[in-house]
Design a protein around this ligand. Sequence first.
Ligand code: GDP
Length: 294
Amino acid sequence: MFDNLSDRLQGIFSGLRGKGRLTEDDINSAMREVRMAMLEADVNFKVVKQFVARTKERCLDAEVLDSLSPTQNVIKIVTDELTELLGRTDSKLVLSSRIPNVIMLVGLQGSGKTTAAAKLAYRLKAEGHSPLLAACDVYRPAAADQLETLGNEIGVRVFRGDGKDPVAIAEGGIKDAIANLRDVVIVDTAGRLHVDEQMMEEAQAIKRAVKPDQILMVVDAMTGQDVVNVAAAFAERVDFDGVIMSKMDGDARGGGALSIREVTGKPIKFISAGEKPDSLEEFHPDRMARRILG
Ligand code: GDP
């Protein structure tokens, strides 16, 4: 992920390094190239526009242009603005004092929700919690079986209820967690291939019934610009507190991952780069920005 963007940006900066002193024209043309590179990485158009405008304004400052190492300063500014775009500071998962805590996952089918539920459970277990997984995706064939298999693999209890009514399963999961002394319930909900009314209504109904402490939206990093529309629809209809960005190990251009924070205002909390239960990592905007800029 981001390989092309990374190469392009590094190429632009090495061009600037060769110049020594920088003029306004140098900055303008470098920023045009940055703009092209980001658009080609499939970053949302508005996000690119704002990013380039902010970065260019800071780079055109006389103090930057007249400094001893102007290119270094330009790179610093771009890194800083990219960090800002990705959310500036880390946004850790903080559990409330309610027991059991309820974390609800939403997102499109195939986004990686079910695997993310297991990865989150694995992570919480490693931190000393005793999570329970509630299998509320009753439509996708084998979703509950998949969750059960993953649960067995990581030693986490899975509640399936009657396998029919997602609201009843979520509520039953909480009762089961209380009865079995589990302190966190992770609710895996059903997604569809596209945003649709029934999916949103069902997510709203589960939300009303179990009043989650937090809702995390699982987003496939391989999705390009469309992620913006999907996330906006979820933000409007169910609202969510943060994002789990899955499939960061893919070779997509990464535009969705770079756009989502700016477009939704919601922080990326975790990224996952693999199918295994231990492949969920906390997201650090500064590290990601530095990785992209090399
Ligand atoms: P759901 O429909 O949203 O529940 O999606 P799933 O959890 O079933 O994931 C869909 C597919 O993506 C499965 O084959 C997963 O193994 C795969 N997957 C999920 N997360 C990742 C990831 O971070 N990296 C890779 N390479 N594959 C993933």
